[in-house]
Design a protein around this ligand. Structure first.
Ligand SMILES: NC(=O)c1ccc[n+]([C@@H]2O[C@H](COP(=O)([O-])OP(=O)(O)OC[C@H]3O[C@@H](n4cnc5c(N)ncnc54)[C@H](OP(=O)(O)O)[C@@H]3O)[C@@H](O)[C@H]2O)c1
Length: 252
């Protein structure tokens, strides 16, 4: 692999959590655009599946293992990316988990696990990923947050807190690295049709639909289109923003 696609010279992209759902759609969209993409999964099997999916579009793209809550896993990934000349200048930090419970029943472990992956994991990742961007004096950081980071949600205090924390983190990065031409923005999806939402009760899904003015769930490809725009030159003057994509269920 080389540092950039030899035909188009587009920057390399890292998409975390690309084994399914939003991350998969984003990785495929960026590879289709001509970027060399590394997508991550938490297991070797997941990474191999990503390689197969991406190879059909972009032979230089591949899947790799990342558990972003483990600092050693982040360091290992970036060592491999450097060795393979695949260091990214576009980071699409999509990976995230839920572990829902009402606050009165929530165990500290449930709180900690979600914060560790969704918030501390993104700090682990970004603090390493930002260095080559600073050196290149160009970079794009795009976090996938959630509408619940802005409005809260019953049974999701841990998840909402992690996503609200990401907004502050993204804005701080935008201020710290603006002088290096690095933008940092957060996409806050509402209800998108993926594995994460498929596991919700039907009653909760119906209730959510009633609160969406466009009367449908979003598609992963719609989030991917926004991530693609935010990673492009056309978005150069947008930084520190939270971009909501939710069918109108929350209007900022
Ligand atoms: N779906 C929605 O409606 C919705 C709405 C708002 C926000 N979001 C956010 O959008 C993002 C993607 O959501 P999704 O619905 O596509 O999720 P998903 O289908 O559950 O996929 C989650 C991804 O994150 C990866 N992952 C899990 N733990 C990880 C860890 N410790 N380190 C690195 N990667 C890890 C998973 O890898 P494995 O496959 O190996 O487990 C998987 O690729 C999340 O941040 C989520 O919070 C989703």
């Amino acid at each position: 692999m080389t540092d950039s696609n030899p035909t188009t010279q587009l920057p390399n992209v890292l998409v975390t959590g690309a084994s399914r759902g939003l991350g998969q759609a984003i990785a495929l969209a960026m590879a289709t655009k001509g970027h060399k993409v590394v997508g991550t999964a938490t297991s070797a099997e997941g990474a191999a599946k990503i390689t197969t999916e991406l190879a059909a579009i972009s032979p230089s793209s591949c899947g790799k293992v990342l558990r972003q809550n483990e600092k050693e896993s982040v360091d290992q990934l970036f060592t491999e990316l450097k060795e393979e000349e695949a260091t990214p200048l576009i980071l699409i930090a999509n990976a995230g988990i839920t572990s829902d419970n009402l606050v009165l029943r929530m165990k500290e472990e449930e709180w900690r696990q979600v914060l560790d992956v969704n918030l501390t994991g993104n700090f682990n990742l970004t603090s390493v990923a930002i260095k080559p961007m600073v050196k290149a004096r160009w970079g794009r950081i795009i976090f996938i947050g959630s509408v619940v980071g802005s409005i809260g949600n019953l049974g999701q205090a841990n998840y909402a807190a992690s996503k609200a924390g990401l907004i502050g983190f993204s804005k701080s990065l935008a201020r710290e690295f603006a002088s290096r031409n690095i933008t940092s923005n957060l996409i806050a999806p509402g209800f998108i049709d993926t594995d994460m939402t498929a596991k919700l009760d039907d009653a909760i899904k119906e209730e959510m639909l009633r609160n969406i003015p466009l009367r449908r769930y979003g598609k992963p490809t719609e989030v991917a289109a926004l991530a693609s725009f935010l990673s492009s030159e056309d978005s150069s003057y947008i930084t520190g923003q939270t971009l909501h994509i939710n069918g109108g269920m929350f209007m900022d």
